[in-house]
Design a protein. Sequence first.
Length: 821
Amino acid sequence: MEKQESMHSFSRRSFIKGAAALGAAGALAGCSAQGSNLAETGGPVPETKIFAGACRSQCANGCYVNVHVRDGQVVRTTAGKFDDGPEFNRICPKGLSLPARVYSSERLQYPMRRIGERGEGKFERISWDEAIKEITDKWKGYIEEYGPTSIAFFLGSGNTGTLGGPAPEGSIMARLLNVMGTSRVLPDRDIATPMSHTYMFGPGAHGHRAADTVNGDHFIIWAGDTAVSEKQRTHFFLEARDRGADLIVIDIAYRTMAGKADKFIPVHPATDGALALGIIHEVLEQGWEATEFLREFTEAPFLIKDDGKFLRMSDLGVAPTTTTDAQGKETTVDPWVVWDEDTQTAMPYTEATKPALGDVPDINGFHVRTEMDMIREAAEPWTLERASEVTGTSIEDIKYLAHLYTQEGNVMTDMKYGLNHYNNGMYTSKCINSLLLITGQMCFPGRGMYTGEGNFGEGNTQATISMPSASGEKPRGVGATLNWTDFCNIVQTGKKMGKDFPIKSFYAVCTNIVSNQTEQNETIKALKAIEFIVIQEMTMNDTSLYADILLPACHWFETSDLRVRYYGNPYLLWNEKAVEPLYESKPDADIYRLIADAMGYGDFFQFTDDEYLNVLLSTPWGKAHGVTIDKIREKNYLRCEVSGPVAHPNGEFYTPSKRASFYREDPKPDYMMGQELDIEKEKFTLFWEPAREADLDNPIREKYPFSVCCEHMRTRTHTQWYDVDYMKEFEKQPVCRINPEDAAELGIKEGDTIRLYNDRGSVTLLATINPGEQRKALHCPRSFLTREHIDGDLATTTFNDYNQACRNQSYFDCAVAIEKL
Ligand SMILES: Nc1nc2c(c(=O)[nH]1)N[C@H]1C(S)=C(S)[C@@H](COP(=O)(O)OP(=O)(O)OC[C@H]3O[C@@H](n4cnc5c(=O)[nH]c(N)nc54)[C@H](O)[C@@H]3O)O[C@H]1N2
Ligand SMILES: Nc1nc2c(c(=O)[nH]1)N[C@H]1C(S)=C(S)[C@@H](COP(=O)(O)OP(=O)(O)OC[C@H]3O[C@@H](n4cnc5c(=O)[nH]c(N)nc54)[C@H](O)[C@@H]3O)O[C@H]1N2
Ligand code: SF4
Ligand SMILES: [Mo]
């Protein structure tokens, strides 16, 4: 579907000037120093065609983008228009500068082989045939000698397209991995907060959608800077504010959203769990808890015996029965018991009319406590004074939040990744989830978490992955799933939990792991220990420098794809091919197929793109609503409202009991790397402990007095857009924001060159004095490549250990000392 546009509005000349400046910045071997693509042709001005596109970086918004093409060149981008959802017609400066990425001097132009040291950036040009042959010859040898798990695939998040991008679980790269049975390395990002939701509410979508913002009286943005990170949604908050709702921001620094808020509540880094406990303490002290909500929709009345197990009907002599679940699996039914206040008897929770929240007598010889008893006990020590001391939040503000959550109507809470990026992120998030349940701020219009649009999700990924080959052979499945830190250890030692585990080759697509995984020096060490590295990329970023073979992928606008994964708008977006791939770059999907063919797996890829996408779209909802790729292509977008505006409507959760849970008798860590495990910490959701280095009381802070939040940048999505010079007009180079009093103590002035360092690494950057920063806490916008730093790299300072039960990289849990240079 092409649309026509008459073109007057755009100044061709100014664009060319910008693009030429980019070209002049040309750098490393294999990158283009070009500008000729945009040279003036003279003669009549050709017509402009508009193609449907999407901004496919993993910024969570996934904007619909019009791609304007003239003379076979992308000349500009504008916001696409949904005729059935104008509230989602948005684009940010990154989306508007996408043409500069297409014509960036950093683009990889042709396949290359390393000729220098790893990381040095010396490559020689080779042909596609040579590249594919070299990769697949090596891989065949490794498979023969060490098995397919000796090849490790890393599926990044740089492109949310389905055919090319590895991010959707059902992408063609994911299929290749499953067909070959290789190892899969998990990025281990953004895990803690979502895991806390699944833990307490069950697997599924937990967020209210934008349409429900009309019902909120108060909006709390908890640890997020949505004006920077979620541009599709921020206007909903601002419109609610215009209607009279108030906007409250809880953050460690006064940032963009704080500037737009009615109230800013500061908190010490990573202490939000303690803040939630302090609020809960005050709520219980005042008797403001949502008793009926807790009784009806949560497991608060469930009974726990002294051995830590739930009291069930089998404890009362009723034999368990069996039933068949939705998947056809036989399961045992042994209902949880509650104490019914109306009848003063113990009975299955589904039968009680008034389940008791406390004061339950011994039952059948068992001493029991309700989950609510445990909540009271856990909150008991968190007096206003103690909570205030730990969090730095004033007693007044804690009381304000307790009152707001219970006495002033509907509260919407937007829990963001500032909570997630610490070692204690899951505990913190569980405490806040608990607060929402205890105050009944979930499940109803205007009351709930606000985490994004109803998700079509990633589609029927099981079906795309397990589709048999043309000759009926089944893919063998993932050979081994490795956590990132596990992977780093395995490549160094050759062993996984004491057993031999050779990894010979690493293949990464759509990710810049050198910049984005924690503890950069460990990442580099791991890469150096691997025999053969293949990187499939658009740019010569920090990770490309470590490739043995570099495969140039084309830009999003140079191939067609379906953007399926999204959070910012409720649409499936068809992205048309707008221009031909530049240089010798190829669509990612074509590269996967070339590799598959050469590996002898061509039989598994005998489908057209459309056939593949239709399988992916065949989710139960997709089938019920007739979602096909042709239907999406009618307008190039299709609105999919898989869930209503309110999550968990009428108090129904996705847990086995259908109630929100505060306690698990048998919690499981989400990874096993032979770590020591104190499982008691994982059972109850009001457990909280301080973070690691972000904890002000950690003795390490004597040596390294400052914590560093290396946050997401306005002008980049992770490291993408580093190649766009326009964006550097706003954020030129790495800086460190520091509180004025801290700066004065260290004799640091605006613009001084300073070095942040710890035992793991160091970075040299410019200081900027900012009264919005609290003392002993710094903010450094991240996403700069090593070569953009004066010296070192911010990514060298973070640590890569995990919480005992949650495989989460803790980007912000990092302490440094400062040296003025
Ligand atoms: N422009 C842009 N947008 C993006 C991205 C990007 O790189 N650039 N990345 C996308 C991705 S993948 C992600 S995960 C999201 C992340 O987006 P956000 O969740 O918004 O995360 P950050 O910007 O990293 O940090 C959010 C805020 O948390 C605050 N904060 C830090 N620590 C704490 C704390 O302990 N307590 C409290 N209360 N606040 C704290 C920081 O000061 C900051 O204001 O953004 C997505 N959107
Ligand atoms: N210090 C610190 N580090 C962090 C964070 C932090 O807050 N602080 N945040 C973390 C978080 S939350 C996340 S989600 C990660 C994100 O980490 P990554 O997923 O590694 O993010 P990007 O930097 O966007 O890297 C994506 C790469 O994909 C490439 N790419 C884009 N499109 C295509 C394509 O179509 N084909 C191919 N082959 N390549 C393509 C881009 O050029 C880019 O190099 O970063 C994490 N790292
Ligand atoms: S970077 Fe994000 S907000 Fe900006 S245009 Fe792209 S998807 Fe939209
Ligand atoms: Mo992320």
